[in-house]
Design a protein around this ligand. Structure first.
Ligand SMILES: C[S@@+](CC[C@H](N)C(=O)[O-])C[C@H]1O[C@@H](n2cnc3c(N)ncnc32)[C@H](O)[C@@H]1O
Length: 241
């Protein structure tokens, strides 16, 4: 399995446990929905959502944005869950890094999917190319401050964490960027790792060598109990002239 297939398989397997565990995604989706709803747009915009998951953003935004929606995700299982929760829009399995669509859109939106892209700048260029003039690409992604406590606990023990390195905000594609930073509390490091698994976000960074049981136990000890975990979300708004 290549990395993209691993990512798809992990999210597909987590479809049923996703919503109960996706606390951070729900917070980010609410923030992003407010940003999108405030943007200028035609009366009945054409909207594309990528990486919809079970539809946390879809359900927050669709009622506020009457238009022609196409909702997509890499994982067929996630897409099916989104469709049964909100019938009405068109749904389609799609890799947003390789969109196979002839249509143009007034809005392209996505919440916390782009951190899984192999090449975010290239994907953003392709997606902007699918906008009508005056359209907006608006998406959130994780930035470098995310999970710093997890990374620090590993580094304090001379270990590398499997969580991918998220980019500094300055290294993200050119955009208007609104940062959202918040902490979530966990009973302990084990609960944080379990939550990542329950949302399907357990695929490690490329090349990561899994740690042994004893090493993980030391990481959990270093984190303490309870422990906080920072989410550093960057919301990007890229508008087409
Ligand atoms: C953390 S979930 C976020 C789901 C949803 N947007 C939300 O806010 O709850 C990430 C989603 O991105 C999807 N995904 C990952 N890589 C993708 C890609 N290249 N193209 C489309 N979707 C992708 C996954 O299948 C998963 O459903």
């Amino acid at each position: 399995m290549n990395r993209k297939q691993q990512v798809r398989a992990a999210f597909s397997a987590a479809t049923r446990s996703y919503e109960a565990a996706a606390r951070a995604q729900a917070i980010s989706a609410g923030f992003l929905a407010d940003l999108v709803a405030a943007l200028p747009r035609p009366t009945a915009p054409k909207v594309l959502e990528f990486g919809c998951g079970t539809g946390l953003l879809t359900r927050r935004l669709h009622p506020r944005l009457d238009g022609d929606w196409l909702v997509s995700d890499l994982s067929p299982e996630m897409l099916k869950a989104a469709e049964s929760a909100l019938p009405g829009p068109r749904y389609r399995v799609m890799d947003a890094e390789n969109p196979d669509l002839d249509e143009r859109f007034d809005l392209i939106v996505s919440n916390l999917a782009a951190q899984w892209f192999a090449d975010l700048p290239a994907a953003a260029t392709k997606l902007v190319g699918m906008l009508n003039p005056g359209g907006h690409l608006v998406f959130s992604t994780l930035a470098s401050g995310s999970f710093r406590q997890w990374r620090d606990a590993h580094h304090s023990l001379g270990l590398e964490s499997g969580v991918p390195d998220f980019p500094d905000v300055e290294a993200l594609p050119q955009a208007r960027i609104v940062e959202q930073i918040f902490d979530l509390e966990y009973a302990d490091g084990r609960a944080f790792a379990a939550e990542l698994k329950h949302i399907g976000a357990g695929t490690p960074a490329p090349g990561h060598v899994p740690l042994g049981v004893g090493q993980m136990r030391r990481v959990f000890q270093a984190l303490g109990s309870p422990c906080a975990m920072t989410y550093h979300v960057a919301h990007l708004i890229i508008s087409k002239e």
